[in-house]
Design a protein around this ligand. Structure first.
Ligand code: ATP
Ligand code: MG
Ligand code: MG
Length: 350
């Protein structure tokens, strides 16, 4: 069988590895430190994400390269694409890891984002506040996840604190969207351009971290599904994308408002492991290996995925004893506040 090279050793790589193994593939993980993906790996290279020599050797030892983490330098990834196919492409990675590029790209394809401005200096911030008003959110252009690298401004008086909080990194100021629901479109696109997408989960966050995803989403989200999925499809086609792609949205009162995209499998798609005919992980493996994509239909009437964050993980003995609860633990060991330790999925047939 063939070997899939995965850059990144987190829980997404672990679940990709399980799906890969089921289809007869081996995986080879590259990351600066061992992580959850190493428990299911067949080979592990410990190296920095931007070590060109290590990346080249890694690429030579596998049959396709993918990544489960977007906060890596794109240039060394682009360089190994000459040795081995990288799916999704380094171009998709470059755009999706940068808030200025991803918003511009999606707006050019007819998508609507919250009004935003680039902020590269303290003066830019004042200008942006004057133009967009408050409340607003200052977000670093790169490297943010789980709400890190963000500061909320309730009024212009918060400008100094917000600027300090992001330590003067290149940023954008974004108008606050008064949304009632958040949702995401998770799709898979194959090497032949074929595309499948999942019904959109309703995503609820706590402290900037995804807490729960439920399918089907409430009516206001369902009403925006078609428009959001069509936009996600245009993004995937425009990138000649191969693999799973996720777009996050707010259900605004005038239609879907694009938030950000992730060039990978996504936490809001974990429900698909037991809740859909084919999981997002299997569809990613299928896509990057040139196999036909699998059905995305829901297997029950209601599916709920709950993240186990920090101390939540201590509930595992009760969760593993619960009939029909599918418990996933990522084997991370030490519990830390805000750390994603696992998740639990309930598929209800009633
Ligand atoms: P992720 O872990 O999904 O990559 P992230 O750190 O990149 O998260 P965002 O998705 O930009 O951050 O924001 C995190 C959450 O903060 C959003 O899911 C949403 O709940 C809230 N949020 C972000 N931007 C806005 C906005 N413009 N208006 C209202 N709420 C927002
Ligand atoms: Mg993000
Ligand atoms: Mg997000």
């Amino acid at each position: 069988g063939s070997t899939i090279g995965i850059i990144g050793a987190g829980q997404l790589g672990r679940m990709l590895g399980v799906a890969a193994a089921q289809l007869g593939y081996r995986i080879h993980v590259l990351a600066p430190a061992p992580g959850p993906a190493c428990d299911v790996n067949n080979a592990f290279t410990q190296a920095a994400y931007d070590d060109p020599q290590a990346l080249a050797t890694f690429a030579q030892s596998v049959d396709v390269v993918t990544y489960e983490f977007e906060n890596i330098e794109a240039a060394p990834i682009a360089a190994i694409a000459d040795i081995m196919p990288v799916r999704p492409s380094a171009r998709a990675l470059t755009i999706a890891q940068n808030r200025v590029e991803e918003k511009s790209f999606v707006e050019n394809l007819g998508g609507r984002a919250a009004p935003w401005r680039e902020v590269n200096s303290r003066t830019d911030l004042d200008t942006a506040i004057a133009e967009l008003g408050t409340p607003a959110i200052l977000k670093t252009v790169r490297f943010g996840y789980d709400g890190k690298g963000q500061a909320r401004l309730h009024s212009a008086d918060d400008a100094d604190a917000a600027w300090d909080a992001i330590k003067g990194s290149p940023a954008i100021l974004e108008a606050f969207v008064p949304f009632e629901h958040e949702f995401s479109i998770v799709l898979a696109r194959g090497m032949d351009g074929a595309m499948v997408s999942y019904p959109p989960p309703h995503n609820e966050h706590k402290d900037g971290i995804l807490a729960r995803s439920t399918v089907p989403a409430p009516a206001p989200v369902a009403a925006q599904w078609t428009e959001a999925a069509a936009l996600a499809g245009r993004v995937a086609d425009a990138l000649d994308y191969v693999g799973v792609l996720t777009l996050e949205f707010f259900a605004g009162k005038d239609g879907p408002v694009f938030n950000e995209m992730a060039p990978r499998v996504h936490n809001s798609g974990h429900w698909t492991i037991e809740g859909a005919v084919t999981s997002q992980f299997e569809n990613h493996v299928r896509a990057i290996c040139g196999l036909p994509l699998g059905e995305t239909a829901v297997t029950g009437n209601h599916v709920e995925m709950e993240n186990l964050i920090g101390e939540d993980a201590r509930r595992w003995p009760e969760l593993v004893a619960e009939a029909e609860a599918h418990l996933h633990l990522y084997g991370k060991g030490e519990i830390r506040p805000g750390r994603k330790m696992g998740h639990v999925t309930r598929v209800r047939r009633d």
